[in-house]
Design a protein around this ligand. Sequence first.
Ligand code: 47G
Length: 328
Amino acid sequence: QTGTVAANPEQYDQAYICPVTIGSQTLHLDFDTGSSDLWVFSNLMPSSEVDGQTEFNTNSAGATKKDGYTWSISYGDGSGASGVVYADTVNVGGATATSQAVEAATSVSSEFTSDTGSDGLLGLAFSSINQVKPTPQTTFFDTVKSSLEAELFTADLQSNGPGSYTFGYIDSSKYTGSITYTAVDNSQGFWGFTAGGYTVGGGGSNSTGTIGSAIADTGTSLMYLPTAAVQSYYSQVSGSSYSSSQGGYIFPCSASLPSLTVSIGGHGFVVPGSNFNYSPTGSGNTCFGGLQENTGIGFTIFGDVFLRAVYAIFDETQGSPRIGFAAQ
Ligand SMILES: COc1ccc(CN)cc1O
């Protein structure tokens, strides 16, 4: 089987939301290659924590409670959620898991309550970091992968319009040139890979350096690189500065933003400058940068700002996992 589902950007491309059928309900979930739990808003939550989201109905006929199973998760941005566990049929654009662990929230943090476009998350990292106790559950991809035409999924994220995720096949209309594959280190449960050199701006006249280990994370909005690369980038953005009040680099919204070329698997992938204007700060006609330092996180994240510039293939067809990137 295969699946194809639209990936709809929230405001400022903060996250990408996809329709998922769970039992007879359709919920809109944030597909996240940086975590491994499929959790949903549910009827078990206090109404004070729900702001228009669709709630998974744990009383529906097809939902089977997994007695004694609980979950609790916290994310890099300090948000989190917790609850209990059901099994139900989950259909993502035609790819169907007949008995998938659906983690029903009993409580979510304020960040999720105020993220009114998302009814929960669908984790696409490795099942080794699933947070269900006493027994970790498999991700949707792990549950269905043996039934897919090919054991892979792909991400085509777009700005200002729907992109898509596919399960079981590569959509050759989504990219140009060839796919460059590189090995994945999943020892931390992530789609980890090694990025090489970078160059700020075209023409090769600007600074270069190396990035090192990184993760591909559709559930992170921005791109977080080592300080040297970030300082080198913003040294080419006139009027930019680090704002402690905003918590990152900002610049005049009218600034001209250079591209950033990153070498992965020996191929240079160009992130256009426009990808690095994330959102207005709300003061002084300054804008918040889509490229920020990884110091607060501890590792380098190639989030949506990078992934919008490529077609990404998350591939387990070779036994060992690999990740592929192609220009689009
Ligand atoms: C509050 O919103 C989120 C928090 C954490 C993740 C996972 N990286 C996704 C979100 O949309």
